[in-house]
Write a protein that binds this ligand. Structure first.
Ligand SMILES: Cc1ncc(COP(=O)(O)O)c(C=O)c1O
Length: 291
């Protein structure tokens, strides 16, 4: 089914019930709305089989511990609800969103008493990266990092990322990558970034400045399995022998980047290793579809 599937055909899970998406509502005093006091996950499903569901659930648990929002039920139960939400919606290849907030309460920064967390789960068509973009690679910009210092938590507070994406769109680019104060490249607004430098796959190490992307891990895993050298270290766009760049995310696998701030990457075409890594990743996804 297409992304234009009517809203009324879609079902959401909201706090214990499956409801038509149109009727899916939460309280106006939900702390997610008032304070962006919540966390989320996005998992891809290929023909009924989830990609790396367990690592996504484990990251959800880490996020929940990081912001002291108790999970409303066990991870196993969340996994069941994710499965059911997928099944109640019409998409074969889907991205399933899990969003958890601290719950609804009269507005006060300090949460008082025991709140009941809000849990919502929705399923949408998994968008396919455009063939045109894959053929040329995407264009990107860099911005000084203006985000908070706990980027390893998958928080629903995404205003900086919204601004970054707007800034990129104004420059006719698809993604903005955040730079630290020394111009190391951290990650994108909704993606991780990996480069090929001196023939090795290089990406920023996991710390408070980057989200531990599940797709980043997959790219690293397949690269190592095929004998490539992977180095997790801070890196800069100005480095000699930087020949390729790619961004990774659940909805993209890896996507080549052909230019950043008008600086051509390598020969300005999608990199060979990038496309090789992408095809190894797609094999794993196709295997899920036919499993
Ligand atoms: C800031 C940020 N970095 C990286 C990613 C990629 O993470 P994943 O590969 O788990 O989708 C995302 C995804 O939403 C993100 O928001």
């Amino acid at each position: 089914m297409s992304s234009s599937t009517a809203q009324q055909d879609l079902t959401a899970y909201v706090n214990g019930a499956f409801v038509p998406l149109e009727d899916a509502t939460i309280h106006i005093e939900d702390r997610g709305f008032q304070f962006a006091d919540g966390i989320y996950e996005v998992v891809a499903c290929f023909g009924g089989n989830f990609l790396d569901l367990q690592p996504h659930l484990e990251r959800l648990q880490r996020s929940s511990e990081g912001v002291r929002i108790p999970l409303p039920c066990s991870l196993n139960h969340i996994a069941e609800l994710v499965q059911q939400t997928y099944e109640r919606n019409p998409f074969k290849d889907a991205m399933v969103y899990i969003q958890i907030t601290r719950g609804a309460a009269p507005r006060s920064h300090l949460p008082h008493g025991e709140l009941t967390p809000t849990l919502i789960i929705t399923s949408r068509l998994l968008p396919k990266p455009s063939d045109a973009k894959l053929a040329t690679g995407i264009k990107a910009i860099t911005l000084q990092d203006i985000r908070w210092k706990r980027c390893e938590i998958k928080s629903i507070a995404l205003l900086a990322s919204v601004l970054g994406k707007q800034e990129a769109a104004l420059k006719d680019a698809d993604e903005a990558f955040w730079l630290d104060e020394e111009a190391h490249v951290l990650e994108g607004c909704s993606t991780n970034i990996l480069a090929v430098i001196d023939g090795a796959l290089v990406t920023h190490p996991l710390d408070h400045q980057v989200l531990g992307g599940i797709t980043r891990n997959m790219a690293i895993r397949v690269a190592k399995e095929h004998g490539l050298t992977v180095v997790e270290r801070p890196w800069k766009l100005s480095e000699a022998n930087l020949t390729e760049a790619m961004m990774s995310s659940t909805t993209n696998a890896v996507m080549p980047i052909h230019c950043i701030n008008e600086q051509m990457i390598g020969d300005g075409k999608p990199g060979k290793l990038t496309m090789q890594i992408r095809s190894w990743m797609l094999e794993a996804m196709d295997a899920l579809r036919s499993a």
